[in-house]
Structure formats: structure tokens, C-alpha cells
Design a protein around this ligand. Structure first.
Ligand SMILES: NC(=O)c1ccc[n+]([C@@H]2O[C@H](COP(=O)([O-])OP(=O)(O)OC[C@H]3O[C@@H](n4cnc5c(N)ncnc54)[C@H](OP(=O)(O)O)[C@@H]3O)[C@@H](O)[C@H]2O)c1
Length: 405
């Protein structure tokens, strides 16, 4: 039997771990599939020729990252009839439609399990296992760096800056962490998940996102009193008017499956009336972990299942959606304050779930969680509350997921 020729583009953290893992596991893969995978060409900035590596392979593994030349090489591979495996969320979230369409047209496998959630098999589960479930909502902790930072802030009382520099020292955060802490990396991954879960055209530009840079240790400390934990959560959901895909710092009640996901782990919950809820969790990054997901895709490509993903349907993207919220107010401690706040919330149709009040000498701190309400209505109420003369500092607002399972 001729070997299954793998062209490897990129030999960095993941690429080198992949090459090592493939050499270790080639015999097992052969036993399972009847073909022995073999790396027949490697491209880096200083080694190899892209055209030669691609043309001389049956399957191309793209582990360069970024937009170009990754996009160009992926398209070249597809158009010359090669299967492609990639871990590149940036290129899929920004040039996905072009790449998916080219793969459908060429009839080749395009697999990208490692682009979202590292080794967590969420792409396969959404595309294959839950192919018949009508998915309503996906929540994900899909960035390990920010989850590590928030977990440390909660565990040790560290500030955001302290937790970030610790994450950098331990290798959980890059020297330039901006894509992670701004929420952009998570937004790219949520675009890919939404594209698969809903079959609709969703790209990075459709995802609104907010990062963790402005969170304070006080946000986390106060929320503990309400049994809430703070996570950077990506949400992709069907709403009455269309799809919403977003990433925000979010409070979760202790019983929510994502509340317990600590450190640099990733997790995704998938909700559908047919299955209630499924949660998958595991390491979200790391060379050897990601390489394992990449090799899994190579094995799947040798024994091909259905093409991935299906053609898009057009659904509008909506921006104003319902959510529960946490509201934190520092106010003068005098009679009537709570009543005025409650009246403004009531006029906007905002219903309060719980309130905690603390005296701070002449001032008081009010923390409340409100039930799901349209974001625009809640923010209109907060805007009015922010103008009340007894307020001591601007209101702080954080989204809350109310559901527990
Ligand atoms: N690291 C993780 O834990 C992780 C987890 C999940 C997904 N991913 C994804 O996996 C991919 C690779 O990440 P990584 O961490 O392995 O990156 P990396 O360590 O920076 O390695 C990148 C590799 O690509 C090569 N390269 C860069 N620009 C190139 C160009 N213009 N032409 C040819 N080769 C080029 C580099 O060449 P040189 O060796 O010459 O520098 C290097 O070998 C990215 O899409 C990333 O998002 C990574």
C-alpha cells in the first residue's frame, strides 16, 4: 500500500508536535485506516518550497496561522485536489466562505477541529453527532488565556494586571496578548461554531465582542456574594429575529456547566430541545494537545465522512438580544434611593431577580441581578440611573447567564 502523503505547512509549536506525534502513531493509524501517513514535505519561512510541498501530498496540514499566505496555500491545496486540515481560526473566520466553497467544489475534505477549543471535539460533535439536532444556542469558554486570568483573579484576589503577567510567565499568554484579552480570538472561534451550528454565513465581522481588560478584582469579589462566577463567554444563538453571535464577560450561576471550568481549560455547551444540553471540556491549547486534534482530523480524512460544512443559508444577524444582567451601583445611603432605581428599571420592563445592599458609611453599594430583558431596554434604564444625582460612580454592568441544568 502506498503511504498517505502529508504536506506540513508550518513547523512551530503545533507543527513540530504534530510531526512528532505522527511519527509515533503512524503504525496505529495504518492499522485503523489501511494507509500509513508519512510527512513528505515541510514548509517554514526558511525551509521548503510551498508548491512542491503541496503538489507532492495527498493531504496538506496548515499550521502557519494568520491570513496570508495561509489562505493562498489552503486554496492552492484544495484546488489541486488535496484534503486540508488546519488549526487556523483567523483564516476560517475571515475567509471561511471562500475556503468552504472551494472545498465543496473540489470534493475534498476540509477539517479544522483544532481551530476551536484545542483538543475539545466540538466541531465533530456539532457537525456529525448533533447533525440531526436543531441547535438553539452554543455557549463557549473558547479562550484559555482569559479563562486562566479570570480563574486566578477569583482564586487569589489578584488584579487583572497581576493575573495577566502571571499567565505570561507560565506561557498561558503570549507576549502580545491583545487578541486574547480583547475577546477577538474568542469571537473568531464563535464565528466558526455559529457557521457550523446554524449553517448560516457568519464571519468575524458579524460577532460583537468585549474583552476582559476592564474587569476589576472588585467585580469578581462582589459577585461571589451572589454565588456568581465570572467567565469570558461566547454565545451563538437563534433569537426571534435571527442569529446573534457575541463574546462578553459574563456571570454564571454556580450550577451552570461552564461555571466550573477553571484555569486554561476550554468548554462548550450546546443546547437543543432534542438533547437538552451537552457540555464538552478539555485543554484549549498547547502543542501536543492541539497536535492530537490535528492528527485526529488526518485520520478522519483518510476515511472520509460527509463533506464539511454544508452550504450557507441566509439569516439576518441581530444585535439587540435578551440577556440577564448584573448591575452594580455605588450610591448615597439615604431613603428612597432603591425605590427610584426600582422605578426606572420597572418603567423599562426590567424585573429584578435579587438585590444585595451594603452600607459604606455615608454611601451604599447596591448589587442586583435582573431577569432576561432586551439589552437596549436594560441599557436605557442604566443610562437613566447613571444620571441620578445620588450616584457616586458610573454603574457597572455585566451580563449574566440565568440558565442552569
Ligand atoms: N499554539 C497553540 O497552542 C495552538 C492551539 C490551537 C490552535 N493553534 C493554531 O495553530 C496554528 C499554528 O500555531 P503555532 O502556535 O504552532 O504557531 P508558531 O509556533 O508561530 O509556528 C508557525 C510556523 O509557521 C511558519 N511560518 C510562518 N509564516 C510563514 C510563511 N510566511 N511561510 C511559511 N511558513 C511560515 C513558521 O516558520 P519558522 O519556523 O521559520 O518561524 C513556523 O514554523 C495557528 O493557526 C494557531 O492559531 C495553535
Amino acid at each position: 500500500m502506498t503511504p498517505f502523503r502529508v504536506g506540513l505547512l508550518g513547523h512551530g509549536t503545533v507543527g513540530s508536535a504534530f510531526a512528532e506525534l505522527l511519527a509515533e502513531r503512524a503504525a496505529d493509524v495504518e492499522a485503523a485506516t489501511g494507509r500509513r501517513p508519512e510527512i513528505t514535505g515541510v514548509l517554514t519561512r526558511t525551509r521548503g518550497d510551498a508548491a512542491e510541498v503541496i503538489d507532492g501530498s495527498d493531504l496538506v496540514v496548515e499550521l502557519i496561522g494568520g491570513l496570508e499566505p495561509a489562505r493562498e496555500y489552503i486554496l492552492r491545496a484544495i484546488r489541486t485536489g488535496k484534503h486540508v486540515v488546519t488549526a487556523n481560526k483567523a483564516v476560517l473566520s475571515q475567509h471561511g466562505e471562500e475556503i468552504y466553497a472551494a472545498a465543496r467544489e473540489a470534493g475534498v475534505q476540509l477539517r479544522f477541529e483544532a481551530a476551536v477549543g484545542g483538543v475539545v471535539p466540538v466541531i465533530r460533535v456539532i457537525h456529525e453527532t448533533l447533525a440531526a439536532a436543531h441547535i438553539d444556542r452554543v455557549h463557549g469558554i473558547v479562550n484559555g488565556t482569559t479563562n486562566y486570568i479570570l480563574s486566578e483573579m477569583a482564586r487569589t484576589g489578584a488584579s487583572y494586571e497581576e493575573a495577566l503577567s502571571e499567565a505570561q510567565e507560565l506561557g498561558y499568554a503570549e507576549a502580545d496578548p491583545s487578541d486574547d484579552v480583547s475577546g477577538r480570538d474568542a469571537a473568531a472561534k464563535m464565528a466558526i461554531l455559529a457557521r457550523l451550528a446554524f449553517g448560516a454565513r457568519v464571519g468575524l465581522d458579524d460577532v460583537s465582542y468585549e474583552g476582559v481588560e476592564n474587569l476589576t478584582r472588585e467585580d469578581i469579589a462582589y459577585a461571589k456574594e451572589l454565588d456568581l462566577s465570572l467567565k469570558l463567554v461566547g454565545t451563538a444563538e437563534r433569537t426571534g429575529g435571527g442569529l446573534s453571535v457575541r463574546v462578553h464577560p459574563t456571570f454564571l450561576f454556580g450550577a451552570h456547566p461552564l461555571a466550573a471550568i477553571g484555569g486554561s481549560f476550554n468548554a462548550v455547551t450546546i443546547e437543543s430541545p432534542a438533547i437538552t444540553e451537552v457540555t464538552l471540556s478539555g485543554p484549549g491549547a498547547g502543542g501536543s494537545q492541539t497536535a492530537s486534534a490535528v492528527l485526529g482530523d488526518v485520520v478522519s480524512a483518510i476515511i472520509p465522512p460527509a463533506a464539511l460544512p454544508l452550504p450557507p443559508v441566509d439569516e439576518p444577524i441581530v444585535s439587540d438580544v435578551e440577556s440577564a444582567f448584573y448591575l452594580h451601583l455605588e450610591v448615597a445611603d439615604r431613603p428612597g434611593v432603591l425605590a427610584q432605581v426600582a422605578e426606572i428599571l420597572g418603567l423599562q420592563g426590567v424585573s429584578v431577580k435579587s438585590v444585595v445592599q451594603h452600607g459604606l458609611g455615608d454611601d451604599a453599594r447596591l448589587e442586583m441581578v435582573v431577569h432576561r430583558v432586551l439589552e437596549s431596554r436594560f441599557l436605557a434604564a442604566v443610562d437613566l440611573i447613571g444620571r441620578l444625582e445620588f450616584l457616586r460612580s458610573p454603574p457597572r454592568v455585566i451580563r449574566v447567564i440565568e440558565e442552569t441544568f
